[in-house]
Design a protein around this ligand. Structure first.
Ligand SMILES: C[S@@+](CC[C@H](N)C(=O)[O-])C[C@H]1O[C@@H](n2cnc3c(N)ncnc32)[C@H](O)[C@@H]1O
Length: 242
């Protein structure tokens, strides 16, 4: 698995043939600073940042799991001020971990992972802060290790992998229309990408980890020129493809 390769100055790492999806292997802050994010066009910032909780990433003892590298930035409290400064409609996951650094909002999203009584060391639900307004809204979708309501073929793509169905639900709640631009600053394994393609959305996405970019791109059945040039090794770090 590729980890922590040197980061170049931001330039697209991959773009879909129709130009709708652009992935940067870069810090999102650097992409923004380079003027590559058309902020006023962004219809939604959909962020799943490092929560600052130093989450365990060795999943090799669980069924279908593997040992992942630590999540970049997860060893320090998350500061949402850079994302808030964009001033766009936003959904920020893990916000219960940094709520004190967010404005008040009566509208949060809660994802109930539909836990049962069996022991499970992950959380029963995840929470997202949003400035989209309305009320607290609940999404129910089973996601407990290999007990999943969807995507049995994508187990083990990322230590904090979220379902594509969750992205689809968020995009629908945000009332996005075909052609709207979604900014995904923390791409990870990229569940936003298949959801966006299905809805005809445009995406600008960033991740500092090349293996994450490759995994996310691979979910669309694509491959980067860099990967294609590699003579040996499993594609996309051995991640499953949908
Ligand atoms: C919580 S994970 C996202 C997981 C994703 N939701 C999924 O379903 O796979 C956060 C991701 O942000 C990336 N990251 C951390 N700091 C970053 C930054 N400043 N800019 C871009 N990506 C960053 C990490 O490499 C990690 O993959």
């Amino acid at each position: 698995m590729n980890t922590s390769t040197a980061l170049a100055a931001p330039s697209p790492y991959w773009q879909s043939p129709d130009g709708r999806i652009t992935v940067y292997h870069s810090r999102w802050e650097d992409v923004h600073a380079a003027g590559l994010l058309p902020v006023r066009e962004v219809a939604l910032v959909h962020a799943d940042p490092p929560y600052g909780i130093d989450v365990a990433t060795d999943r090799s003892k669980s069924k279908g799991g593997k040992k992942f590298p630590k999540i970049v930035g997860d060893n320090a409290p998350f500061d949402p001020s850079g994302l808030l400064a964009l001033g766009r409609p936003s959904v920020l996951w893990g916000a219960n971990n940094y709520a004190a650094r967010l404005p008040d909002s009566y509208a949060w999203f809660v994802w109930d992972k539909l836990g049962t009584m069996e022991p499970f060391d992950g959380s029963d639900a995840e929470m997202a802060w949003t400035n989209l307004g309305a009320s607290v809204r609940l999404f129910r979708h089973m996601w407990r290790g290999v007990a999943r309501g969807s995507e049995l073929s994508t187990v083990g793509m990322h230590p904090t992998q979220k379902p594509v169905a969750l992205s689809s639900w968020i995009f629908t709640r945000a009332k996005l229309k075909p052609g709207d631009l979604v900014f995904v600053p923390y791409l990870g394994s990229g569940p936003d990408l298949p959801a966006a393609v299905a809805m005809g959305l445009r995406v600008i996405a960033c991740d500092v980890e090349r293996w994450c970019c490759d995994t996310a791109i691979g979910r669309l059945g694509a491959i980067t020129p860099e990967k294609a040039a590699e003579p040996v090794g499993p594609l996309f770090g051995g991640a499953a493809r949908v």
